[in-house]
Design a protein around this ligand. Structure first.
Ligand SMILES: C[S@@+](CC[C@H](N)C(=O)[O-])C[C@H]1O[C@@H](n2cnc3c(N)ncnc32)[C@H](O)[C@@H]1O
Length: 311
C-alpha cells in the first residue's frame, strides 16, 4: 500500500517539500536536499578519506602521471609514485605499516613516508637497496630495508604486524626472453620515446627475474604465503602485474595476472577487486605481427590486483 505523503516547509531552507509521514525526513521536517547534507558521523575504519574522496578514489580504470625520478629510470621497472600514493591513501590510515617485498628503488617506501605511514622494504639487489636508502637519507628520513630474498621476510617481520602490502613482482625471466625485434616498430602515433627493453635486475639465482616461468610462479607462491602471515587480519594487499607474450617460444599470451591470483588464493587471500592501470598514453603503439595472420594487441595496461586477508 502506498505510504501517505504530506506537504510541509523545510525547517532548514524554507522550501516547500513532501515526505511520507513515517520517514525520518518527515520527523525532522527537512527537504530532500537538506536531509542529504547531514554530517556523516560514522567512523571511517579503513583510511583517512572523506566520503567524497572515498568515491573519487574508487574508479576501476585509472591513469597515473608517469614522471620518473633518476633512480626509477635507472631501475627501469617501477610504477609511478602517484600510483603508490593513491593505493596507500585508500588502504591505510596515518601511522599504519606498509610493506613492499619487492622494493626496487623504493617507490612504495617514498610514498609511504610522504603520507605519514611507516614503511618496510625487502630488496634482493644491493644496488637498488642502496639507491633507495640514499634517497630516503637525503630527505632526512630513516628507512627499514632488508637486503634479502623476500622468501626470508619472516626472519625480520613479525606475524600479523603489517597493515598493507603494495608491490610489483618480477615477471620470471621475461626481461631475458623478450626481444625488441618481435615488434615491427612501426610507430602509429606516440607522444613519447619508444620503449627500450629494461635490463635484467641481477645475476642472483634467487632473483625471480632470472627464473624459468614455472619456477618464478612457485617462488611467488611461497612469498605470497609469507606475505599472508605477516599481514594483520582484515587488511589488503595490492599487486601490480602485467600479462605478456613469449614469442621467442611461440607463446602468444601469458596469463601472468591469472597465475598471481591463483598464488594469492592458495595462500589464503580473497580476490577483492581488480583495477585496470591504463598506460595507453605512455606507450608508443607498435605494429605487432603485420602483415602475417598473427594479429597482436599492444598490451598497454597493467592489473592492480587487490587481495584481502579476510580472517
Ligand atoms: C618490478 S621491480 C619493483 C620495482 C619497485 N616497485 C619500484 O618502484 O622501485 C621487482 C624487484 O624485485 C627484486 N627481486 C627479484 N627477486 C627478488 C627476491 N627473491 N626477493 C626480493 N626482491 C627480489 C628485483 O631486484 C626488482 O628490483
Amino acid at each position: 500500500m502506498a505510504q501517505q505523503k504530506m506537504k510541509f516547509i523545510c525547517s532548514k531552507c524554507g522550501e516547500e517539500t513532501d515526505a511520507s509521514i513515517t520517514t525520518e525526513r518527515y520527523k525532522k521536517a527537512l527537504c530532500r536536499n537538506c536531509f542529504g547534507k547531514r554530517k556523516d558521523n560514522r567512523t571511517n575504519q579503513l583510511n583517512d578519506l572523506t566520503g567524497a574522496e572515498w568515491a573519487r578514489h574508487s574508479k576501476s580504470i585509472e591513469t597515473y602521471s608517469d614522471t620518473r625520478t633518476q633512480n626509477q629510470k635507472e631501475h627501469g621497472a617501477c610504477f609511478p609514485k602517484s600510483l603508490a600514493i593513491h593505493q596507500i591513501e585508500i588502504y591505510t590510515k596515518f601511522g599504519d605499516v606498509v610493506l613492499d617485498p619487492f622494493m626496487g628503488v623504493g617507490t612504495t617506501m617514498l610514498a609511504t613516508h610522504e603520507l605519514g605511514r611507516r614503511s618496510l622494504g625487502i630488496e634482493l639487489n644491493p644496488k637498488f637497496a642502496k639507491m633507495c636508502r640514499d634517497e630516503i637519507a637525503n630527505k632526512g628520513l630513516c628507512a627499514t630495508i632488508y637486503e634479502d630474498d623476500a622468501n626470508n621476510m619472516c626472519k625480520y617481520i613479525a606475524n600479523e604486524s603489517v597493515d598493507f602490502i603494495l608491490t610489483s613482482p618480477p615477471y620470471a625471466n621475461l626481461l631475458k626472453t623478450i626481444k625488441g625485434n618481435f615488434a615491427y616498430k612501426w610507430r602509429e602515433h606516440s607522444v613519447i620515446d619508444p620503449i627500450k627493453n629494461p635490463a635484467p635486475y641481477s645475476s642472483n639465482e634467487r632473483d625471480i627475474g632470472n627464473m624459468e616461468y614455472d619456477d618464478g610462479i612457485q617462488s611467488l607462491a611461497n612469498i605470497m604465503r609469507k606475505c599472508y602471515a605477516v599481514q594483520k587480519p582484515n587488511t589488503y594487499a595490492v599487486w601490480i602485474v602485467k600479462d605478456f607474450r613469449d614469442l621467442k617460444r611461440k607463446i602468444p599470451y601469458i596469463n601472468f595476472h591469472g597465475d598471481v591470483i591463483r598464488c594469492a588464493e592458495d595462500a589464503g587471500y580473497t580476490l577483492w577487486d581488480i583495477r585496470i592501470y591504463d598506460q595507453t598514453n605512455f606507450r608508443p603503439l607498435v605494429c605487432l605481427g603485420y602483415p602475417s595472420r598473427n594479429y597482436y594487441l599492444n598490451i598497454s595496461h597493467s592489473y592492480m590486483l587487490v587481495f584481502k586477508k579476510t580472517r
